[in-house]
Design a protein around this ligand. Structure first.
Ligand code: AHM
Ligand code: MG
Length: 338
């Protein structure tokens, strides 16, 4: 028998590292694992059944929702509610945070923020998409419905975070603050198997990932950084390679393994950046820091930003430490005229 360690076993093993762990977080992660399998099954069928394509409604940010977005949202919500460890969720697909009403849920200590299917416009063209999640301990007292305060916590208070990448293989990557671990799904067994224990991002990399179509309206510092990436400087591995999938989880995952930087600065269409602080940037920031990298809004550490709104957007620069620092330096050197 090969020595397979499943995600379930690994979570329990790690739980034993915390002397007073009650198993609630393990059970919560178990519900994410279950929903991921269900969504994975549906994504694999995309194109076979009439489930892809826009459903015709728009979400709170005016973006067209895809059918699978809604499907993933429902499945993750249902799985989180069923295990009674979560009192409420906030989701990219929901205008307001959702409180779970069952008494057991009202007595639960965690809230979850998630983007159930990020990059979903890629599904119709068979490109990888992902689920992103972020877990906090609630601030409001148990037994009451969760409040805004529970959802608007800075990223450094996260208890756990992770993503599922539905790619050429499906993987679940998570952290509880003790390193970041990746599990590859074996569909024949129906289990996630430990494949990437304690991932570390190289301190420097040679991949930059940005939607260069928006170049004209990038801040001056970002334009200068892109030119720097393209310069011929073989001693520094430049010119760097440009790689952009347009699916945050996939771009992040590649750069994590190979070393690189993902950038989503302010643009004409998105003056505050496009990505959402609470359920896209913060979880990725927690993961990258656990892997030895950095996440910044160009000036501040992402996880130190005090959120003011559920669907707040921020400029996002994430990846290898040296590369993120370099962008920050360019932004400092070329400040925007107000
Ligand atoms: P979404 O949450 O509506 O799917 O948008 C987030 C996605 C990210 O996955 C991706 O990195 C980015 O939007 C791509 O944006 P753009 O098409 O503007 O380059
Ligand atoms: Mg998204």
């Amino acid at each position: 028998m090969p020595d397979i360690r499943t995600l379930g076993e690994f979570i329990v093993e790690k739980q034993n590292d915390f002397p007073h762990a009650s198993g609630e977080l393990s059970s919560l992660l178990g519900s994410i694992k279950l929903a991921a399998k269900i969504v994975n099954r549906e994504i694999n069928k995309a194109g076979l059944v009439d489930i892809t394509g826009a459903v015709g409604s728009e979400n709170v940010q005016g973006e067209e929702q895809q059918k699978l977005d809604l499907y993933a949202n429902d499945k993750f919500k249902a799985a989180l509610e069923a295990r009674d460890q979560v009192c409420g969720v906030a989701s990219e697909e929901e205008d307001e945070a959702v409180a779970f009403n069952k008494e057991l849920n009202r007595n639960a200590k965690y809230v979850v923020l998630m983007d159930p299917l990020d990059g979903s416009s890629n599904i119709d063209v068979n490109v990888s998409v992902g689920t992103i999640f972020s877990i906090y301990r609630r601030i409001s007292p148990k037994g009451t419905p969760p409040t805004q305060e529970d959802f608007l916590q800075p990223g450094h208070r996260q208890v756990a975070a992770g993503y599922v990448i539905y790619g050429s293989s499906t993987m679940l990557v998570y952290t509880t603050g003790n390193g970041i671990h990746g599990f590859t799904y074996d569909p024949s067994l129906g289990v996630f198997c430990l494949s990437h224990e304690n991932m570390r991002i190289p301190e420097n990399g040679s991949i930059y990932s940005i939607n260069e179509g928006n170049y004209i309206r990038f801040p001056e510092g970002v334009k200068k950084y892109i030119k720097y990436c393209q310069e011929d400087a073989p001693e520094d591995n430049r010119p760097y390679t440009s790689r952009y999938i347009g699916s945050l989880v996939s771009d992040f995952h590649r750069n994590l393994l190979k070393g690189g930087i993902y950038l989503y600065p302010s643009t004409a269409a998105h003056p505050n950046g496009k990505l959402r602080l609470l359920y896209e940037c913060n979880p990725m920031a927690f993961l990258i820091e656990q892997a030895g990298g950095l996440a910044s809004d160009g000036e501040n550490r992402i996880m130190d930003i005090k959120p003011t709104e559920l669907h707040q957007r921020v400029p996002f620069f994430v990846g290898s430490t040296k590369m993120v620092r370099q962008v920050e330096d360019f932004l400092k050197e070329y400040p925007e005229q107000q």
